[in-house]
Design a binder for this molecule. Structure first.
Ligand code: DGL
Length: 270
């Protein structure tokens, strides 16, 4: 029984960690496209082609269901993939919808018309590619009315996190939060719309102030996956082991991943 988890690099490990804890009986295969990260500065066609390659590799590893644990791929590639590319016996899901359902107080899969919700001012922090796709605003508009979204492209942050440069990452978070607050002084909620950013959640919360509710995706995605598999148990594919695949240098990626998750993680070449 295996489910695939795709990311451009290491950030998807935040989602991987949450899904493995929530579903301890399911095997997961992680694919990090580390040699080609970051995706957040690539154009949509490029993200689409690279995401398809990763998803095909996960299908080959016996995962009929693949989670795109990458907002950039979910924003720039998922719709296009779902538009006829995915075979009938396979599924690919993104990470936006569970978050937006939580923000708009909806149950899983509630597709009723958009309605007013309590939160009115939302700050979105994401990669430049995710921000320019406007996918978050599009998905939100299907579910809620009267919500003002101010999006901040957080250039440089993924690189600093991947490089393990904490001092630079903290400085970047503070300057991106300042830039956003100049345009939206009092957000009620902040979305960490990139899977790398939960690793900086405390810095975001401190810069935003205690009154701002910070949404990060990992646990929301894990809950929504558990719910999905309960409804569609046949989608747990035939794969039988947990594996970590990377297009980068396996020993370097293993070291970084072990630091991220604070437990031994061993990657192999994809
Ligand atoms: N972790 C990815 C995301 O959630 C993107 C990082 C990257 O730019 O590759 O958007």
């Amino acid at each position: 029984m295996a489910v695939g988890v795709f990311d451009s690099g290491l950030g998807g490990l935040t989602v991987f960690d949450a899904v493995t804890k929530r579903l301890p009986d399911v095997d997961f295969v992680y694919y990090g496209d580390n040699s080609r990260a970051p995706y957040g500065v690539r154009d949509a066609d490029d993200v689409y082609e690279l995401t398809k390659m990763g998803v095909e590799r996960l299908w080959d590893a016996g995962c009929d269901l693949v989670i795109l644990a990458c907002n950039t791929a979910s924003a720039a590639a998922l719709r296009r993939m779902q538009d006829g590319w995915i075979p009938a016996d396979k599924r690919v899901l993104g990470v936006f919808v569970p978050l937006i359902e939580s923000l708009t107080e909806r149950e899983w899969g509630d597709n009723s018309p958009p309605r007013e919700v309590s939160v009115k001012n939302v700050a979105l922090f994401a990669t430049p590619a995710t921000v320019s796709s406007r996918a978050f605003q599009r998905e939100l508009a299907f579910r809620a009315i009267g919500v003002d979204v101010e999006a901040q492209p957080c250039g440089g942050l993924v690189d600093a996190i991947e490089d393990g440069d904490e001092i630079l990452a903290e400085a970047l978070v503070r300057s991106h939060v300042d830039a956003l607050k100049r345009r939206m002084p009092h957000p009620e909620a902040a979305i960490l719309g990139c899977t790398h950013y939960p690793l900086m959640q405390d810095t975001f919360q401190a810069a935003l102030g205690e009154g701002v509710k910070v949404y990060s995706q990992a646990n929301l995605v894990a809950e929504s996956l558990a719910d999905y598999l309960e409804r569609r148990p046949n989608l747990v594919g035939p794969g039988k082991t947990t594996q970590y695949l990377t297009t980068g240098d396996p020993s370097h990626v293993s070291d970084r991943a072990t630091q991220f998750l604070r437990r031994k993680i061993t990657f192999e070449a994809a």
